[in-house]
Design a protein around this ligand. Structure first.
Ligand SMILES: Nc1ncnc2c1ncn2[C@@H]1O[C@H](COP(=O)(O)OP(=O)(O)O)[C@@H](O)[C@H]1O
Ligand SMILES: [Mg+2]
Length: 278
């Protein structure tokens, strides 16, 4: 070593401590609830969004994670489909909606509404992990996870990433096949050791737009039966209503427009909060 050079002792290498325990970054959320179903198109996103808005109307801080990477519908349903997300050193900020709910979705990251996400399971897992861990969710009373259809990869990913999912709400429609799917969702939750907060029967009866009378196009009572058979709570019925479709397209959650739906969702949500607030 040439004279005059100061010898600097390098610090010892950091010990390798292994992967951090699950979800160390997902902090400050009191209750995490997953909305799932055995199949698609039964109204999970409708239920997740309106449940979230109902909770926010009660003065609670609520976030929605749209875990449907291939079919992200929540931004549109919450009227923020033109927004983008921002990130800084502290993490990714969820998008604020005018209904007091914050939301994160793959929809905010796509160049256009028509862009298809063609990702394999591992990438979808990564995206969901980021929505959970890298988004600033602190000080939330409730975070609602809106799942893609079925009991596949995403549901599994979430139960691996967030050990503190407090419960699952299962949405079904009244037909027999849907009941079969509901059983799958209940069994999935059992296997994952996640509490089933209850079953909601959506599209249960049709509200006539003219006279307001409800006709039962499909059968009814199936959700209640599935809940009873599996010894899980029944949370309520949501009728099929033209208003739901119209308001969803306009980005207005139905509970902010329709008194009857507001009442129905309030009852459902109060059953859920009774089971989760500790
Ligand atoms: N109770 C309802 N009455 C009328 N339309 C509904 C109702 N629930 C859901 N829908 C409509 O059905 C479609 C599928 O609902 P969505 O919530 O996207 O289901 P999922 O998330 O399970 O795929 C949407 O167009 C939605 O507006
Ligand atoms: Mg959906």
């Amino acid at each position: 070593m040439p004279s005059g050079t100061i010898k600097v002792n390098k610090p010892p290498p950091m010990p390798i401590v292994g992967p951090p325990p699950k979800s160390t970054k997902y902090k400050g959320v009191k209750h995490t609830i997953m909305v799932m179903s055995g199949k698609g198109g039964v109204g999970k996103s409708t239920v997740a969004v309106n449940m979230a808005v109902t909770l926010a109307q009660q003065g609670l801080k609520v976030g929605v994670i749209d875990a449907d990477i291939n079919g992200p519908d929540d931004p549109k349903m919450l009227g923020v489909d033109k927004e983008k997300v921002y990130a800084d050193e502290s993490g990714i900020s969820p998008v604020d909606t005018k209904y007091g709910v914050k939301v994160i979705s793959m929809g905010f990251l796509l160049p256009t509404e028509e862009t298809a996400v063609v990702w394999r399971g591992a990438l979808r897992h990564k995206a969901i992990q980021q929505f959970i861990e890298d988004v600033v969710w602190k000080d939330m009373d409730y975070v609602i996870l809106d799942l893609p259809p079925g009991t596949g990869d995403e549901a599994l990913s979430i139960s691996q990433i967030v050990p503190e999912v407090e419960g699952v709400v299962i949405v079904i429609t009244p037909q027999d096949v849907a009941l079969l799917d509901a059983r799958k969702a209940i069994n999935f939750a059992d296997q994952m050791k996640i509490k089933v907060l209850g079953v909601i029967e959506n599209m249960s009866g049709f509200v006539c737009p003219h006279c307001g009378e409800i006709s039962y196009i499909f059968k009814t009572g199936g959700g209640e039966k599935a809940a009873k058979d599996h010894n899980v709570p029944f949370l309520g019925r949501i009728p099929l209503s033209q208003d739901v479709v119209e308001t969803a397209d306009e980005g207005v959650p139905i509970v902010t427009r329709n008194e009857k739906m507001k009442e129905i969702f309030s009852e459902i949500v109060s059953k859920i909060t009774q089971k989760t607030s500790a």
